[in-house]
Design a protein around this ligand. Structure first.
Ligand code: BGC
Length: 253
C-alpha cells in the first residue's frame, strides 16, 4: 500500500470557499470537505480570515494550495474580475501563508481544476491541445499543450460577438439572466465556436458547479472538438489546488 501524499486544497469561489485534505497519489479526499461563504466583495482581511477559519478545520500542518479567481504571476495577483480590486498587486501566497502558518502556493482556480482533470480525470494522459473551461461565477480557462499548462489564459474575458464570454455563458449568467437551459446552451455554443476557431483544441473539458447536471445541457452543445464534462465536476478546483503544491514551483516570493 502506498503512503498517502497529503496536501490541503482550498478553492475560493464566488459564493463559497471549499477546503479539504487531498491524497495526491489518487486525487481523492482524505478528509471531510469544509466550506464557508466567500465574503462578498469583502476586504482582503475578511477573505484571509475566512481562509483561516476553513483551513483550521483540516488537521495537520500539510502544505496548502490555494485556487483563486485571478491571474497570478510570481505569487502576485494581477487581476480581480469578480473580487475586491484591492487584491490587485497583493502577494496572496505570502499573506495567506502568514495567516495560516503553513507554506502556501497560489494558482488560478481554472488552472488548478485543469491540473486535476489532467492528472486524475477526464483529460488524463490526453496529448495535444486540451482546453478546460470552468462555468461558475465567471468563466475560467486552462490550456494544456501535450500535458503542459499555459497559465493564466483568461479566455472567459474574450469578446464573443461583441460581448464578454463570461457574461454570456457562465453559471452565474444563466441564473442572473434567468436563461432556460436551451437559451444558455445557445450562448455557450457561441463561446465554444469562438474557442474552437482560435485554438482548435483536441478536447474541451467543462467543469464547475453547473456540470453537476450535465443531462440538462450536454446534448445541446455543438463543437468540432471532443467535448466532455470533467470527472471531478465542482471538486476539481480543490483537488487541483492541492496538486499545485507538488507541481507548481514556489511562488511565495
Ligand atoms: C477570472 C478568472 C477566473 C474565472 C473563474 C474570471 O472572471 O478573471 O481568473 O479563473 O473567473 O473563476
Amino acid at each position: 500500500m502506498t503512503t498517502p501524499h497529503l496536501a490541503v486544497g482550498i478553492d475560493v469561489g464566488g459564493s463559497s470557499i471549499k477546503c479539504a485534505l487531498i491524497d495526491l497519489n489518487t486525487g481523492t479526499f482524505a478528509s471531510e470537505r469544509f466550506s464557508t461563504p466567500t465574503p462578498a466583495q469583502g476586504s482582503t482581511d475578511s477573505l484571509l480570515a475566512a481562509l483561516k477559519t476553513v483551513a483550521s478545520k483540516v488537521p495537520g500542518d500539510h502544505p496548502v494550495g490555494l485556487a483563486f479567481p485571478s491571474v497570478i504571476r510570481d505569487g502576485i495577483l494581477r487581476t480581480a474580475a469578480n473580487l475586491n480590486k484591492a487584491w490587485i498587486g497583493k502577494s496572496l501566497a505570502v499573506l495567506a501563508s502568514k495567516h495560516l502558518g503553513r507554506p502556501v502556493i497560489a494558482i488560478n482556480d481554472a488552472d488548478a481544476a485543469g491540473l486535476a482533470e489532467l492528472r486524475y480525470g477526464a483529460a488524463r494522459a490526453v496529448q495535444g491541445t486540451v482546453l478546460l473551461l470552468t462555468l461558475g461565477t465567471g468563466i475560467g480557462s486552462a490550456l494544456f499543450v501535450d500535458g503542459r499548462l499555459v497559465p493564466n489564459t483568461e479566455f472567459g474575458h474574450l469578446q464573443v460577438a461583441g460581448r464578454e464570454a463570461e457574461l454570456r455563458a457562465s453559471g452565474r449568467a444563466r441564473v442572473d439572466q434567468n436563461l432556460s437551459w436551451d437559451a444558455w446552451a445557445d450562448q455557450l455554443n457561441l463561446v465554444l465556436k469562438e474557442m474552437q476557431g482560435l485554438l482548435w483544441p483536441d478536447l474541451i473539458v467543462l467543469c464547475g458547479g453547473i456540470t453537476e447536471e450535465p443531462e440538462k445541457f450536454l446534448d445541446k452543445l455543438h463543437c468540432d472538438a471532443r467535448l466532455c464534462v470533467g470527472t471531478m465536476r465542482s471538486e476539481a478546483g480543490i483537488i487541483g489546488a492541492a496538486l499545485a503544491t507538488m507541481v507548481v514551483s514556489s511562488n511565495r516570493a
